[in-house]
Design a protein around this ligand. Sequence first.
Ligand SMILES: Cc1ncc(COP(=O)(O)O)c(C=O)c1O
Length: 394
Amino acid sequence: MYDVHAIRKDFPVLSHVVYLDSTATTQTPVPVVEAMNEYFYEYAGNHGRGAHRLARETTNRYEDAREKVAAFLKAEPSKTIFTKNTSDGINLIANSFPFEAGDQIVTTLIEHHSNLLPWLRLQKAGVEVKIVKPEGPEGLITPESIEAALTDRTKLVAITQVSNVFGSVQDVSKVTKIAHKNGVKLLVDGAQSAGHMPLDLSALNCDFFATAGHKGLLGPQGTGVLYIKEPDLLESASLGGGTVSEVEGLDYVLEPSPACFEAGTPNIPGVIGLGRAIEYIEEIGVSEIEKHETQLSREAAARLSEMEHVEVYGPEKRAGVIPFNVCGLHAHDVALILDQSRKICVRSGHHCAIPSIKFLKVGSTVRASFALYNTEEEIELLIKAISDLKALVA
Ligand SMILES: Cc1ncc(COP(=O)(O)O)c(C=O)c1O
């Protein structure tokens, strides 16, 4: 039985706000904060760099976290790299993949800037970027439209699993099969899927999967995860401490993955917190979380759609993300009013996805997004607040 009120006790901040901005970042549960405190108070040392007890304890705990994250994503630990966020993981691939002038990358119009700008930048090196449009305002990309965009020069398809603007869920499994049938690698932006739905990267078989630790995975800010199916195909564009086993004259020998992709001292407390967060999610069950979040968001979206002064975007079968506008009011004004009058925190603006917002032909949207700790009561508060705005626009 899903006990949202018991879960909420682990998130003290929720006692004084209605937090509907989990797509930006989630709140962090107490056991995760405690795990990080324990690192600072009991055994802080550096990772992989010392024989003394604190360094050994730190290394063990950091690698334990890797095992937990990898098992959760059904990936091998040696292919599971810690990054500082989703953007960092995608940039690592963009800067390290052996692209050549004339190669092509296929991506989509609904991407977050983090899964768009790193590819657009490669145009300076002569790489061509092709953008596939969604079918309509629901923000769904058909696998067929991806297939139609592929040529014999395409090296990579980069696509988001769940759109942070539309809340649409893409069939990345089908897109992976299409990409592989054509000899193309596939990168999945999992920023809005990990922790919100069950994932099995071995079954999905994608080549790269980048996600955040600080969103659905309930870890702290400054953590991210990058899965690389064939690490030996890449040499990281970022090298330094911890990445080599030998330096001889002008030559060096890289450590095997994941060490060769994690240059310098990582976010050790953050990663240890992320490991604890994975345990926390598993205690509740990710399928249960998915059920809870989608039920809340679909109910809220349906009720918002009934209001004449509200325009809701995205598909009916959405993830926990609702973009909408109140006719006659700017999204930032709506967000400010909700915050100041009801302590309701929603996001407003272009959501770091300007092409999506332009596609919708709106300057901005309000976005309510849901996580495991949101409740029916909070939906009632949102609905009442938006309903009351009618008096302002009538
Ligand atoms: C779909 C998507 N991709 C990438 C990102 C960037 O994530 P991060 O802030 O972890 O770099 C976000 C952030 O909201 C996102 O929603």
